[in-house]
Design a protein around this ligand. Structure first.
Ligand code: MN
Length: 242
């Protein structure tokens, strides 16, 4: 501990299903608009143009079962259920045909979003970080290794708020599939073990407030549950017509 002016924070990590050991996290990459119906609900054309990415800090991850305070500076706090891909082998310029060799496992995550801040940034040509990369913005269920679950390319992905289903789609509807995402991402960034990729959300996104219980899952990959609790700005419902 002599090389640091203070003790470094414990590395961010993600739970692994049925294991005591955890998956150490490096980076969180997120794919924007990767289901056609969600692109349309965000007012965008779901043409198959090149995918785009944004990131969250690794310490935005929180385990399933957590209580998440309604975040500050927003009046439109949204859920987005997503397939999580965990990278277990380093690589860059990875061909799609070899991409799955770099996957350690899969999981279920929620890309929590301050939608009002994201859309303001989008419309003004500013970075998305304040809308996407805030504290506790990436709750994730325990990962499941490829050895157990293989490489799922279909299966129901869903999310419910207080037991009412709000998102329901199938992994086969991804515009860019997992091998393509890994290949394209690895042309721009070196992927390293410990990276995870949140692969985009299907249609049905919406607002949540303090007191809401959010559950979700993907066939074969388990389920996630979080509770939204009152935070610094209380989390009062302030949504518009939607
Ligand atoms: Mn998302």
């Amino acid at each position: 501990m002599n090389n640091f002016v203070f003790e470094p924070a414990a590395p961010a990590s993600l739970a692994i299903d049925n294991e005591v050991v955890r998956f150490p996290l490096r980076r969180i990459f997120c794919v924007g608009r990767n289901y056609a119906a969600h692109a349309r609900e965000m007012g965008k054309d779901p043409d198959r143009e090149a995918p785009f990415f944004f990131t969250k800090p690794a310490d935005a991850v929180v385990d399933t079962g957590s209580a998440i305070p309604y975040p500050p500076e927003t009046r439109d706090f949204h859920y987005e259920i997503e397939l999580v891909v965990a990278i277990g082998r380093d690589g860059s310029d990875i061909p799609a045909a070899a991409a799955l060799d770099h996957v350690w496992g899969y999981g279920v995550g929620i890309d929590l979003t301050r939608r009002d801040l994201q859309l303001e940034a989008r419309d003004k040509g500013r970075p998305w970080d304040w809308g996407k990369a805030f504290d506790l913005s990436a709750p994730c269920a325990p990962l499941r290794p490829v050895a157990t679950v293989g490489h799922p390319d279909s299966g129901r992905i869903w999310l419910a708020v207080n037991g009412k289903v709000r998102q329901s789609a199938d992994l086969s509807e991804l515009i860019w599939n997992v091998p393509e995402i890994i290949s394209i991402l690895s042309r721009s960034m070196s992927l390293k073990r410990g990276d995870i990729i949140m692969t985009g959300t299907p249609a049905g996104v919406g607002a949540i407030v303090a007191g809401d219980k959010v559950t979700g899952g993907i066939d074969g990959l388990g389920e996630i549950a979080i509770d939204i609790v009152a935070g610094p700005s209380a989390g009062r419902r302030a949504r518009s017509a939607a």
